[in-house]
Design a protein. Structure first.
Length: 258
C-alpha cells in the first residue's frame, strides 16, 4: 500500500506569498499603531488613518499610558483598542498588536503623527513584487542632531547586519501576516524587522514616504538613550541572527497502514 506523504511549508515558503496577487488593493489589512502618553494627538492620528483606510482593521495599542490616551482611543469609532496594563515599550506594543491582527497584510506605523497614512497604499501595492516593504523618510522633519545620529546608527547597523535598508527607524512597514511567526519578541524588535526578515530569506523593497514634523506631544527618546540601546541591541540581534535556525521545507511521511 502506498504510504501518503505531503510537504509541510516552513518559514522560507513565505517568500513570494503575494507576488502573484493581481490586485493587492483587495488584500485585507491590519494597521497597528502603538501609543504611549499621546493624549494630545491620538484622536487625530486615528481619525486620519480611518479616513485614508476606511476598510482596514485599525489596532490602537496603548502601551501602559499614564495620561488619557486609552480613554481617547475609546472615543474613535471603527478602531480596535488594545491596552497593556504596564508600560513595556514600543516593541512590546507593536508585537501585541501583530498577534491580534486578522488582516492578510500587517502595516506598522507610529502614533506620533509623523507618519502619513496616505503612504500605506503604496507600501501594500509593492507587495506584488516583494515580501516585505519598508518606508524610508526621503525628507526628514527632525532636528539636525537627530538626523545625524540616525545616519550614523543606520550605517553601523547595515555594516553589522547587512539588512539592506537605508532607514530602519521609519516605522512604516507592510508585510504578510504569516511573517509574524518569524518574530521573537524582545525590546528593540521594531528596529530590526528588516534584518530578521532578510535572514529568513524574504525579499525586501523600499518605498519613499512622507515624514512630518511632530505637531503635538513630545518624543519619548533622546539621541543618547537611542545610541546606548542601539549598541546593546545590535550585539544581541547579531547573535540571534547568527544562531537562529532557518527551517527548510520538510516532508512528513505518515505511518504505513498494512
Amino acid at each position: 500500500m502506498k504510504t501518503p506523504s505531503h510537504t509541510v511549508t516552513g518559514a522560507v515558503s513565505m517568500s513570494g506569498l503575494y507576488h502573484k496577487h493581481s490586485d493587492t488593493a483587495q488584500l485585507t489589512r491590519s494597521i497597528i499603531v502603538p501609543f504611549y502618553n499621546e493624549e494630545a494627538c491620538v484622536v487625530g492620528v486615528l481619525e486620519e488613518i480611518r479616513k485614508a483606510q476606511p476598510a482596514a482593521e485599525i489596532i490602537a495599542v496603548d502601551d501602559g499610558s499614564t495620561d488619557q490616551t486609552w480613554q481617547r482611543i475609546n472615543t474613535v469609532a471603527g478602531v480596535t483598542g488594545l491596552r497593556l496594563l504596564e508600560n513595556r515599550g514600543q516593541s512590546a506594543a507593536m508585537y501585541a498588536g501583530l498577534i491580534h491582527a486578522s488582516g492578510e497584510v500587517c502595516v506598522l506605523m507610529d502614533g506620533d503623527g509623523q507618519n502619513d497614512p496616505a503612504d500605506i497604499e503604496a507600501l501594500i501595492s509593492k507587495l506584488a513584487h516583494a515580501d516585505i516593504v519598508c518606508g524610508y523618510r526621503a525628507t526628514r522633519k527632525d532636528t539636525w542632531s537627530r538626523r545625524v545620529a540616525s545616519r550614523i546608527a543606520n550605517a553601523i547597523r547595515r555594516l553589522f547586519l547587512e539588512d539592506g535598508v537605508r532607514d530602519t527607524g521609519c516605522s512604516l512597514k507592510a508585510f504578510p501576516r504569516p511573517c509574524v511567526e518569524l518574530l521573537v519578541p524582545f525590546n528593540g524588535l521594531h528596529r530590526y524587522l528588516p534584518a530578521i526578515f532578510k535572514k529568513a530569506g524574504l525579499k525586501i523593497a523600499e518605498v519613499p514616504v512622507n515624514h512630518r514634523a511632530r505637531s503635538q506631544g513630545i518624543s519619548k527618546y533622546t539621541n543618547w538613550n537611542r545610541a546606548i540601546r542601539g549598541i546593546y541591541d545590535l550585539i544581541g540581534v547579531a547573535w540571534l541572527l547568527n544562531r537562529k535556525i532557518r527551517f527548510p521545507k520538510t516532508e512528513l511521511r505518515a505511518n504505513a497502514k498494512h
